[in-house]
Design a protein around this ligand. Structure first.
Ligand code: CA
Length: 229
């Protein structure tokens, strides 16, 4: 059952939202103040949050921003003022949608359902991509079978080479230092040292790069480490 958090200080509205959501098969929690609402949203698992803008202690804008910095679940803002819509849109708070009071409860339920299914589709897509593999410009890394293909030709990788490549390719555009890579792939208690990373990167480049001295996948960021592009 999908769980929805209602953060709303007007009890009658909170209860109206709860009633309509529950007859539509959702489970709900109501929190009447901003600070408690934010705390609840951050510490417990919900599938969606209905968030009033005007709240005691901390307002909905602040709460939305805070939740968004750690969670990507749908947030629907509820406001009593039409002029706040522009603010919701303009502030880049990360709210997915908004409702203006008074709203039709059926409309609210429809929006909740739409955002939940959109979110589900998105996270399903991410999971599938993750389990199946990574495909970037002619390079295909199949995670489940641990095989690598360059322009449809399979290339043999050692276990560590595969781990380094997959680790980098899973976080494209992020720079990882040699120390970080060594620690992640080999672990602290291993016998090797950081220069192992350099050797492995060179071997991986020889296997996947068209021109290893001018790499297009694994870039060296001088003084910092490596970045997968
Ligand atoms: Ca309010």
């Amino acid at each position: 059952m999908k769980k929805i958090l209602i953060i709303e200080d007007e009890k009658s509205i909170a209860e109206l939202e709860r009633d309509y959501l529950e007859i539509n098969g959702f489970s709900t929690d109501i929190v009447l103040t901003g600070d408690l609402g934010m705390q609840r949203a951050l510490t417990q698992d919900y599938d969606l949050i209905l968030l009033d803008v005007m709240l005691p202690n901390i307002d909905g804008f602040e709460i939305c921003k805070k939740i968004r910095s750690v969670k990507d679940i749908p947030i629907i803002m509820v406001t009593a003022k039409k002029e706040e819509i522009d603010k919701i849109r303009g502030l880049g708070l990360g709210a997915d949608d908004y409702l203006v009071k008074p709203f039709s409860p059926n409309e609210m339920v429809a929006r909740v359902k739409a955002h939940l299914s959109r979110y589900e589709r998105l996270s399903m897509k991410q999971n599938t991509n993750e389990s199946q593999g990574i495909y970037i410009r002619g390079l295909f890394i199949d995670r489940s079978s641990r095989r690598v293909f360059v322009n449809n030709q399979e290339v043999t990788f050692t276990t560590k080479e595969f781990d380094v490549l997959t680790f980098l390719a899973s976080s494209p555009n992020q720079v990882f230092s040699k120390d970080h890579l060594f620690e992640r792939i080999w672990g602290y208690d291993s016998n090797g040292d950081v220069s192992t990373v350099t050797v492995h990167i060179r071997k991986i480049r020889e296997k996947i790069e068209h021109d290893p001295s001018n790499p297009e996948y694994i870039e060296t960021v001088w003084g910092s480490g490596y970045r997968f592009r």
